[in-house]
Design a protein around this ligand. Structure first.
Ligand SMILES: Cc1cc2nc3c(=O)[nH]c(=O)nc-3n(C[C@H](O)[C@H](O)[C@H](O)COP(=O)(O)O)c2cc1C
Length: 219
């Protein structure tokens, strides 16, 4: 059974542009490519926080330290989160830009799932090799409210390049869609842009290649 993980990083629910675009993308991609949707709302209470115990546990084996039972317990939850991602044939990450980067809960999720040996390793030359994605598709649906196309050199984008870097490191084949409304628009202009963005996301989803032509994988 095909399974898609949707990581939703905007807290704005129905009012979120990135969430609306991601939903349109998933709906248009259709049952055959998407299958069951595992939806992770990063602002919900039950998301694992990568805390002090997890940070100490991350390098405990490397430093020959004996982990405490609390550290072992949090680590079982880290492993379970990574397995949740691994079970999915496709991942969709929708996120707004916050302060030139990403909302803190998305960074926390990255801190949970990016783990040496569990989700990536190093080859003989010390280069990262992703062991989580194995070439499977990951789609970034991103929003911001300024133009980051070079027209304003003082605006630096740490959202798209950072996310593309991390998910590529994990072994995913990434493609991205970026929407840039501006706060200078009227309510009507913003609404018009939202409609156009949702339409574009729907077209992107409908044009997805079928599963077999996108990647080869034992099933
Ligand atoms: C806390 C916060 C920080 C933001 N920082 C930026 C920023 O650095 N650059 C930018 O272009 N937009 C920034 N924005 C605007 C959002 O990225 C923009 O409104 C986006 O379209 C919201 O997407 P959403 O509706 O999916 O949440 C920020 C918004 C918030 C709430």
């Amino acid at each position: 059974m095909t399974r898609t993980l949707w990581i939703e990083a905007s807290p704005k629910g129905e009012q979120s542009l990135s969430s609306a675009a991601a939903r349109a993308f998933v709906d248009a991609a259709g049952e055959a490519r998407i299958g069951t949707v595992d939806h992770l709302d990063l602002w919900s209470d039950d998301v694992l926080t990568f805390n002090r115990e997890a940070a100490l546990m991350k390098f405990a084996p490397l430093f020959g330290e004996t982990p405490t039972s609390r550290q072992q317990a949090v680590w079982r939850r880290v492993e379970a989160e990574i397995e949740r991602v691994r079970r999915c044939d496709r991942v969709v990450v929708s996120a707004p830009m916050w302060n030139w980067s990403i909302p803190a809960p998305l960074k926390n999720w990255i801190d949970v799932v990016v783990q040496p040996l569990l989700s990536f390793t190093l080859d003989g030359d010390g280069r990262h090799v992703g062991t989580l994605g194995e070439g499977r598709p990951l789609h970034l649906v991103l929003t911001r409210s300024s133009a980051y196309d070079g027209r304003h050199p003082e605006l630096r984008d740490f959202q798209l390049p950072y996310l593309e870097y991390v998910v590529t490191l994990l072994g995913y084949a990434v493609d991205s869609m970026v929407f840039e409304p501006t706060t200078r628009w009227t309510a009507q202009e913003r609404e018009q842009f939202r409609r156009e963005s949702v339409t574009a996301a729907r077209q992107w989803g409908a044009a997805l290649p079928s599963r077999s032509s996108m990647w080869a994988r034992d099933s």
